[in-house]
Design a protein around this ligand. Structure first.
Ligand SMILES: [Zn+2]
Length: 356
């Protein structure tokens, strides 16, 4: 996981990177932000950055053995703790995270912005069940951290959702959070920090993530929704634009931009606003946040394939180009040029989103 894959959190990323670079990372750090704010992915990127032997330009190298192991969730000095559904019967000790490591690996590799409901489903459990971090887990954490690191100078434990620590577990962990073993970092990631037991809260430093304000960031207020006839037309043009730019069909792109140039300015603007909206929806879909998606069925079908091309590497760039084009339409710049130029820029942006 790289810092550059974390969208919309430049300030938090900068603070974390600086702290690591200057050996000022607190031994127990609580990363907080609501669901969808990439806290887990950020902790993962930080861990890889700490472990990497050849970090450069503020990123892990991605190529050294430490990076490769960390990126596959297989690094022996990077430990993961997460809430579980207790499957042990009475008298049996509750499960610990390690028992579910392969499920966790699969789930997190598929979706670094995993939420608790998705993780409960991935454990093969009913979503209505409550997940906790049990006292047996605290015992296991203490055992794990009391041994020497295997390969690295540092050992890192990422504890996801400390608000799910039950009281016994939290109490058992207090001492180790307060006075951690040497060269050990505790990175906790919380969606509801106010629910964390007070004694833990008071012993950790916090890093607050920026809320993801989709309305503010991506949709300009006061945009009129197109009527259904326009929407269908815009949707068809949007699919064509993305398809042609992706496959670099320059001649057909030229034809497409001439068609767009024949529309009135207001419809051109309407189209560009519609395109911004659909890019936002695709980005949200890529983040696996279906409850935040608002698409018509035809858009959803298209986006189920297209959304993987809209990600942290290019979403801001695409939005920027669409805004520039919209602005140019208002300024009466030659429409043919605006739309052809836009489709050319999209070639590079879609390529950037398709890497890695
Ligand atoms: Zn590396």
């Amino acid at each position: 996981m790289f810092f550059r894959d974390i969208a919309g959190q430049d300030i938090a990323v900068g603070k974390l990177r600086d702290a690591i670079d200057n050996n000022r990372l607190p031994h127990a750090l609580l990363i907080t932000g609501p669901e969808g704010t990439c806290g887990l992915a950020l902790a993962w990127a930080a861990a890889q950055y700490i472990l990497c032997q050849h970090k450069h330009d503020g990123e892990p190298c991605g190529e050294c053995p430490e990076c490769i192991q960390a990126s596959k969730l297989g690094h022996p000095d990077l430990h993961w703790v997460y809430p579980l559904i207790n499957k042990g019967g009475s008298g049996k000790e509750a499960s610990v995270s390690e028992d579910f490591l392969s499920d966790w690996r699969t789930a997190l590799m598929q979706n670094p912005n995993l939420n608790l409901q998705q993780w409960i489903r991935a454990q093969g459990s009913d979503e209505n069940k409550q997940a906790h971090i049990f006292v047996s887990e605290a015992g296991s954490i203490i055992r794990t951290l009391s041994t020497k690191p295997y390969e690295s100078d540092y050992r890192i434990l990422i504890l996801w959702l400390p608000e799910k620590l039950n009281e016994d577990a939290a109490n058992k962990l207090l001492k180790i959070v307060e006075e951690p073993y040497e060269k050990t970092f505790f990175l906790m990631v919380s969606n509801n920090p106010e629910q964390i037991i007070g004694t833990i809260q008071s012993r950790v430093q916090r890093l607050q993530l920026a809320p993801i304000d989709f309305q503010g960031n991506f949709v300009q207020p006061g945009i009129q929704q197109p009527d259904e006839e326009d929407r269908l037309f815009f949707f068809e043009k949007f699919c064509a634009m993305m398809r042609l730019s992706y496959s670099r069909k320059l001649f057909e792109m030229k034809k497409w931009s001439e068609e767009m140039a024949n529309l009135g300015r207001e419809r051109q603007k309407g189209y560009l606003q519609y395109a911004q909206n659909l890019i936002r929806e695709n980005y949200v879909m890529n983040l696996h946040q279906p409850e935040l998606n608002y698409m018509k069925p035809d858009e959803e079908t298209f986006s189920s394939r297209f959304s993987r091309f809209v990600n942290a590497r290019n979403v801001e760039g695409i939005m920027h180009e669409l805004e520039v084009a919209e602005n140019d339409v208002t300024l009466n710049v030659s429409s043919k040029m605006i739309f052809f130029d836009l489709s050319l820029k999209l070639i590079m942006l879609l390529k950037a989103g398709n890497q890695g």
